[in-house]
Design a protein around this ligand. Structure first.
Ligand SMILES: *Cc1c(COP(=O)(O)O)cnc(C)c1O
Length: 394
């Protein structure tokens, strides 16, 4: 696909994913010639003299392991600059706090990750007095109506959690450009393997690396990638000096290691998710399956155009009672009930029972149906996943 040609000039995605962290740190491996970028735990680095610091001075400000990961995520997203944060929420809050002043104006998708919604309503609006407008971003028109030249930031997520709704990044980016407003895209659900927001015109791509990038459910982290030098400077100041919410060297190592298998894992997640989505779509107790890879998804055409694949996240509406859903979850042996997503293992979550506070907000145009079940489809054997679901469904 063309996005890969433009994305990185020398190598293709999978090659970058495997080699990027090491390419960058080979020069600092010194005489030991490590094939894998080492974990640099040192908090401080020797100066050559009082007027001559070496490349790294103090690990909050810069650290070789973090620098390697930051270059790696930037290259995966086809961006100039990358920053690695202590969590996805640290990445998102730092972006918002850096770009939106108290009393400013922020336009957000109305179907976003629960933590981001709470950040926006409780802290950004509640504490900083920012005018936060939630709009249904499935229709670009709604963004066009809400944005003006005083808007400080447009924030979208696509596909969204948990209803797998999409927005058209390219057409929203056109509106953002017309008004000189930065556009941030939370790309966690698609991963850079399946979607490139910067190439579609966004200014900022954000990840919870906790999910697909690390991919093994053993590290909390976040990343921001941008091509814009000014945005980068503001975020880097906040990350390294003002807020100090950097990712630890050990976690940087884990994420860099996870990224090497991102292409292999994403292909497998998607293959399994398509099989599971089709199976669920055929089941007579399931009224709707939300998966952008299904022809029945109302935005399937947009998905096919702006994404190169559909990832491993899906949800479905069960035609029955909450008691039956409880029994279904109990009956599963391969899918583990739990929150989070994007790891190699399959997880099941019932938002209304397990995350009851995330179903609605003030201006919500949509509520999450009570009998919605969300699956993070892992990379286990697809027959085991399908048999598990079939035997637990009534
Ligand atoms: C998990 C998640 C976040 C938050 O990331 P943390 O690493 O948990 O702080 C943000 N956005 C999306 C879409 C997520 O799935």
């Amino acid at each position: 696909m063309s996005r890969y040609d433009n994305q990185i000039n020398e190598n293709r995605f999978a090659t970058i994913a495997v080699g990027a962290a090491e390419d960058i740190t080979h020069s600092s491996h010194g005489s030991t010639s490590d094939v894998v970028a080492p974990i640099h735990l040192s908090t401080t680095f020797e100066w050559a003299g009082t007027g001559a610091a070496n490349e790294h001075e103090y690990s909050r400000e810069s650290n070789p392991t973090r620098a390697a990961l930051e270059k790696q995520v930037a290259r995966l997203e086809g961006g100039e600059h990358g920053l690695a944060f202590a969590s996805g929420m640290a990445a998102i809050s730092t972006t918002m706090l850096s770009l939106v002043p108290p009393g400013g104006h922020l336009v957000s998708s109305d179907a976003i990750y629960g933590g981001t919604e709470k950040l926006l309503t409780k802290l950004v609006a509640g504490h900083l007095g920012v005018n936060v407008e939630f709009v249904d971003t499935r229709e670009t028109e709604n963004i066009a109506k809400a944005v003006d030249s005083n808007t400080d930031l447009i924030w979208v997520e696509t596909p969204t959690n948990p209803l797998m709704r999409l927005c058209d990044i390219r057409s929203i980016a056109d509106i953002a450009t017309d008004h000189s407003v930065p556009l941030g895209v939370d790309n966690t659900f698609a991963s850079p393997y399946f979607q490139s927001p910067l190439e579609l015109g966004a200014d900022i791509a954000v990840h919870s690396t906790t999910k697909y990038l690390n991919g093994h459910s053993d590290s909390i982290g976040g990343a921001v990638i941008t091509d814009d030098d000014d945005i980068f400077e503001q975020l880097a100041f906040a990350q390294q000096v003002g807020l100090g919410n950097v990712l630890s060297p050990f976690d940087c190592y884990l994420v860099a290691r996870g990224i090497k298998t991102l292409p292999a894992r994403m292909k497998h997640h998607q293959k399994n998710a398509i099989a599971v989505a089709r199976l669920l779509e055929d089941h007579d107790r399931i009224s709707r399956v939300h998966y952008p890879g299904l022809e029945s998804h109302p935005q399937h055409d947009l998905a096919a155009e702006q994404m190169s694949g559909y990832s491993g996240m899906l949800s479905f509406e069960f035609d029955g009672s909450l008691t039956e859903i409880e029994a279904f979850v109990k009956g599963l042996t391969v899918f583990t009930p739990g929150t989070s997503l994007g790891g190699v293992e399959s997880l099941v979550e019932v938002p209304s029972l397990m995350r009851p506070d995330e179903g609605s907000h003030e201006s919500a145009t949509t509520d999450i149906p009570e009998t919605l079940v969300r699956l993070s489809v892992g990379i286990e054997d697809v027959d085991d996943l399908c048999e598990d679901l079939l035997s637990a469904l009534p």
